[in-house]
Design a protein around this ligand. Structure first.
Ligand code: PLP
Length: 469
């Protein structure tokens, strides 16, 4: 009886999922339908009567189809959204079927210990200290927030202030120093932890968006007391990495324990998994905390990020929770994930990471990173050769491109038109941005499937749009 109840909806989901994944090679990358059409497809009265589970699954797939973006395509280049590796998709299905609560080890030991091992593997792969603590969170937004919270705990504790117990009212003021090209999730994280985005003192950056050490020195000379410095490994547009080693040296010259260095490495941190590129992020291992994503460059399904902390005491103190009905974890070996992230009940989101790392191995991750960077370089090279195309920046897996209009045409307007035309045509999907005050197309290569053919036919589509509008 139970078997039959599960069998048909799960079989239907397998059929639908396989069809979707098989269609990625030939379907347009953009969705066919927009939000309004999708709302119309789903906007009906709350059903009074139920229906068979299999029918629900089939209806869901049928109605959603036109409104799905082919983010798993090798020609999806928008924002920084990775694809999903086969082992990680399948492992993610099992996570749902098992329905474990990955907060505590005692009731759900398998998934919590998989998380512990995945943590160790990620630290090794990224070349971070093995003693770091790791919290698996929903993404880099929450990873930044957790890192900043641990930082807040530590820099205030250095001044004898217990922020967990006493909050921020009456606390010594905390200064936050971050590059002018930081990701907006840093500002939002600061809102969440009560410091506010106005606490930020912005440090000037170079043309690539990298923090200028001299400018940092000047800003730090003006602040004393509890201080959090936020650096970045992988600018969301151009991929540039802050000179974290030099930043650390400047911080260390203050010779005090009330300053903390956090690195937002949402996607860029993964370049450390490629031995031929690790030097581009040298010094990054000297930070106090890092935020990164698995759902971007590691290619696991949404949602999965990691908050990593070189000072586990601060991490734990900022996040831990106790209640009379909860079993306590063993801090050394059998830790409870609930002590290292802001959630209570939670999905076993480390399981797809474990599966991705088993599928790829160390060499496979290095190859994935290397190939994405090589394909980004190929985009840059091919586009640079064309007339009236200006590659503004390329670093790691990111490319920023601007298009010059025909005589009398505004370049910003032309660039935006090219992007819209490319998106509509459907061969590939780059997204739009503003770079150094000018409209630009951004190309992000972070899919395990992207190959030279994908790049070459996408370049043709981009240049056709450029020539045709
Ligand atoms: C994507 C990104 C974030 C936010 O990550 P989410 O996983 O979307 O929460 C933060 N910082 C940088 C540099 C990013 O690229």
């Amino acid at each position: 009886m139970l078997k039959a109840e599960f069998e048909s909806p799960l079989d239907a989901a397998v059929v639908e999922a396989k069809q979707w994944l098989a269609s990625l090679d030939h379907r347009p990358v953009r969705p066919e339908a927009d939000g309004a059409a999708m709302l119309e497809a789903f906007d009906e009265e709350l059903p009074v009567l139920g229906e068979p589970a299999e029918a629900v699954v089939r209806m869901l797939a049928e109605r959603s189809g036109p409104g799905l973006m082919a983010t798993g395509s090798g020609r999806f280049l928008g924002w920084v959204m990775g694809g999903a590796l086969p082992a990680s998709i399948a492992a993610d299905w099992l996570v749902s079927a098992w329905d474990q609560n990955a907060g505590m080890t005692e009731p759900c030991p398998a998934v919590c210990m998989i998380e512990q091992v995945a943590s160790r593997w990620v630290l090794e792969l990224l070349g971070l200290p093995p003693t770091c603590s790791v919290g698996f969170v929903t993404g880099a937004q929450m990873a930044n927030t957790v890192g900043l919270a641990a930082a807040r705990t530590h820099v205030l504790a250095a001044h004898g202030w217990d922020v967990e117990a006493d909050g921020l009212v009456g606390a010594p003021p905390v200064s936050v120093v971050a590059g002018a090209e930081r990701h907006s999730t840093i500002d939002r994280g600061l809102r969440f932890i009560g410091l506010g985005s106005r606490a930020i003192r912005a440090v000037d950056v170079d043309d690539a968006g990298r923090m200028l050490p001299r400018a940092l020195e000047a800003v730090l000379a003006q602040v004393s007391g509890p201080t959090i410095v936020c650096a970045q490994a992988g600018n969301v547009n151009g991929g540039a990495v802050d000179p974290v080693g030099a930043i650390r040296d400047i911080i260390d010259r203050r010779h005090s324990d009330d300053i903390w260095l956090h690195v937002d490495g949402a996607f860029g941190l993964w370049a450390r998994a490629d031995p031929s590129r690790r030097h581009l992020l040298s010094g990054v291992e000297r930070a106090d905390s890092w935020a990164t994503d698995a759902h971007k460059w590691l290619n696991v399904p949404y949602d999965c990020g990691m908050a990593i902390c070189a000072r586990p005491e601060a991490h734990r103190r900022a996040m831990t929770v106790r209640a009379s009905y909860l079993p306590a974890g063993d801090e050394e070996n059998l830790r409870n994930p609930v002590d290292y992230n802001p959630e209570f009940s939670r999905r076993a989101r480390a399981v797809p990471v474990w599966a991705a790392l088993r599928q790829l191995g160390v060499g496979g991750v290095a190859e994935l990173v290397d190939r994405c960077c090589l394909m980004a370089e190929r985009y840059a090279r091919s586009l640079r050769e064309a007339d009236r195309v200006h590659v503004m920046h390329q670093d790691l897996n990111q490319v920023v491109v601007r298009f010059t209009g025909a005589a009398g045409q505004d370049d910003d307007d032309h660039t935006r038109e090219v992007i819209q035309m490319v998106q509509r045509e459907g061969t590939c999907l780059p997204s739009a941005t503003v770079w150094r005050g000018a409209a630009a197309m951004r190309i992000s290569v972070c899919n395990w499937r992207t190959d030279q053919d994908d790049v070459d036919c996408s370049v043709r589509a981009i240049l056709a749009a450029h020539g045709g509008c």
